[in-house]
Design a protein around this ligand. Structure first.
Ligand code: HQG
Length: 170
């Protein structure tokens, strides 16, 4: 579902609209070609997903991922004032590059930041030995950087220059 709704809808022959919405009937038909799938299963996934990654529209005819896209869609993110500090977990292998050029979105549309250290460490551990950065988010906001808060509580920003980053012991 993440692959389809964030990165490659074409894998099941569907498209997303400019706001990232897929048609629920098309999604179900597309996935059902290769595995058992129906509305009941889809609703169960949306309800129980551990990061609440997906949302339906009001009449459940459309579905989209709340954040995490690499395809250029506008999911109508809410701009918000961040807390004083946010956290970013990464893998050791990226540290030299991050220390040189700051955090960049790479294949996604935004850099993803977490509100607590524990979440950031888990995110970082997906990339190997985790390394934790503290982000001076409020200072960035004061300097004019725009922050967005996704429906599922992930903080997003276009980039984080080196001067707002501090490495912290995990
Ligand atoms: C790193 C998951 C070199 C960045 C998670 C990260 C998250 C750089 C990796 C969400 C860099 C990209 C996003 C630079 C950043 N040089 N490496 N200048 N700047 N990087 O997966 O943040 O389960 O695209 O540190 O929980 O790991 O998918 O981003 O390590 O919320 O819902 O480049 O994905 O959520 O990796 O994870 P990713 P991420 P889901």
């Amino acid at each position: 579902m993440s692959l389809i709704l964030r990165h490659k809808p074409e894998t099941i022959g569907i498209t997303l609209d400019e706001h990232g919405w897929a048609k629920v009937d098309e999604l179900i038909a597309g996935i059902a070609k290769s595995t058992e799938f129906n509305m009941e299963i889809l609703e169960e996934i949306v309800q129980t997903d551990n990061k609440q990654r997906y949302s339906f529209n009001e009449d459940k005819s459309l579905i989209r991922a709340n954040q995490g896209h690499s395809v250029p869609v506008d999911v109508e993110l809410d701009e918000a004032t961040p807390p004083e500090l946010l956290w970013h977990g990464t893998g050791e292998k990226f540290v030299a590059s991050i220390d040189a050029q700051g955090l960049i979105p790479k294949s996604r549309l935004y850099v993803h930041l977490s509100k607590d250290k524990e979440t950031a460490i888990t995110v970082g551990a997906r990339h190997g030995k985790p390394v934790l950065y503290c982000v001076k988010s409020r200072e960035m906001a004061r300097d004019g950087y725009k922050f967005y808060l996704s429906k599922n509580g992930v903080w997003l920003v276009k980039k984080v220059p080196v001067k707002y980053l501090k490495k912290v012991e995990v």
